[in-house]
Design a binder for this molecule. Sequence first.
Ligand SMILES: O=c1ccn([C@@H]2O[C@H](COP(=O)(O)OP(=O)(O)O[C@H]3O[C@H](CO)[C@@H](O)[C@H](O)[C@H]3O)[C@@H](O)[C@H]2O)c(=O)[nH]1
Length: 274
Amino acid sequence: MSESVSDPLRYYAGNACATRNLLWCCAQAGVANFVFSSSAAVYGMPASGVADELAPTVPINPYGASKLMGEWMLRDHAAASGLRFAVLRYFNVAGSDVRGRIGPVTRNATLLTKVACEVATGKRKHLAIYGTDFATPDGTGVRDYVHVDDLARAHFDALTYLRGGGESVVLNCGYGRGYSVRDVLRAVERANGGPIPVVDAPRRAGDVPLLIADATKIRRVLGWVPRYDDIDVIIGSALAWEHRIDARTPRPTSGRVLEGAALPRPDSPHAMVV
Ligand SMILES: O=c1ccn([C@@H]2O[C@H](COP(=O)(O)OP(=O)(O)O[C@H]3O[C@H](CO)[C@@H](O)[C@H](O)[C@H]3O)[C@@H](O)[C@H]2O)c(=O)[nH]1
């Protein structure tokens, strides 16, 4: 998200222009049902910190704006063409496949859970906590972390719903529960069996204090039943994946991490770029 503040055109190209082109291709191919990966970032900073799908969409960074543009194009194209859609507004996607088959290999990752696991496995020196003076219980940002396997299941359920004749729908994908940065770090330390180095840092551009899903609608409309609504399971799977890719990536004897070492290619079936 903060990268979208410094490089907005990249995000408008990837999320707005590319979505327009994809919708055009879908129209040519006669696609009937469309599941769109949107983001909680479309809400910006909801007054209470908890957003249901009717909350105002007031993004505060170009990432959220570009995702909202995608939603608008989809809505307008659907009205004109008869396409039916499910917009899934992801909250904070985290964790890795619980069976260890797939996970993120993003270089220069910025997501809290990935960065913290890289610190725990020695790939980074420390984790910077971006902002300790937010109006939240412990002063750090609070988010709704959803396990990637539950999110994948939501896509399957959404397509099943549309194929069964369901109306177009907008759905939050989260658990409806918030964890602070420090809560997440405590879970990383539990999974790691010891503390990880942390430093306090200034707030990051484009970050909101609190963002939690009202997640009642997705359960009602899709019958979605999450299986991994547990911060220790989420972090445990993320850390296990980090160890797994380390095992595939020989390190130099000095202990220095090799830049560009042999991680799974981002387009390999074992890689997931987030
Ligand atoms: O090294 C880090 C990374 C993050 N954070 C904090 O951790 C929280 C979560 O940050 P991050 O994991 O980067 O996620 P968000 O910025 O909340 O954004 C994510 O969640 C959005 C949905 O809410 C998605 O749309 C975005 O793609 C995704 O980046 C925030 O309070 C950050 O300030 C740190 O303190 N240190």
